[in-house]
Design a protein around this ligand. Structure first.
Ligand code: CMX
Length: 139
């Protein structure tokens, strides 16, 4: 449906948000996603968002990424209408799903990751909103 957000791995949300705020972007939501060992900050840009990802532990996906590659583009998220069907279609076409079943991510959305091996090197997140963005996310 659209690019929902672009995930950027950062050492510190407090430091990194300043650059994006220079353009007038505003942090509208900060949340810790415990099972992913990460804290996320969402900044709205048009119909999409920049998602700053700060690890809360070195052994989570983002902590490991930072250690290996440093700060930078971590993933792109596509909003889809029906995540269960999208996962089934991708599995049927032999693309490698990290999450074979959708799970809850930041903001309570249903999410699933596709392995970068299947996507020409970009970690891809599928994301299905439960309810309209503007109603759900509070500053
Ligand atoms: N983008 C592109 N490639 C990546 C990557 C990323 N974000 N992270 C790892 N890779 C590459 C590695 O460099 C490695 O490449 P090489 O084989 O060429 O060295 C390859 O993917 C596989 O690496 P791996 O050692 O098998 O696996 P890792 O332990 O590095 O884990 C991944 C990679 C993608 C499977 C893991 O990070 C994962 O499961 N991610 C999904 C969950 C996630 O990212 N959560 C954080 C965000 C949470 C949120 O937004 O709420």
């Amino acid at each position: 449906m659209k690019v929902d957000h672009i995930g950027i791995a950062v050492f510190s949300i407090e430091n990194s948000r300043k650059f994006y705020e220079t353009f007038g972007l505003k942090v509208e939501h900060i949340e810790e996603v415990k099972e992913q060992k990460v804290k996320v900050a969402l900044l709205k840009i048009g119909e999409s968002r920049i998602e700053l990802l700060e690890p809360t532990s070195k052994d989570g996906a983002v902590g490991k990424f930072l250690e290996k590659r440093g700060e930078g583009l971590h993933h792109i998220a596509f909003e889809v209408e029906n995540i269960d069907k999208t996962i089934d279609d991708l599995k049927f076409s032999s693309y490698e799903m990290i999450d074979k079943v959708a799970r809850r991510g930041a903001g309570g959305n249903k999410i699933a990751f596709v392995h970068p091996k299947s996507t020409s090197g970009v970690l891809l997140e599928l994301c299905q909103k439960e309810i309209n963005d503007d109603k759900k996310i509070k500053s």
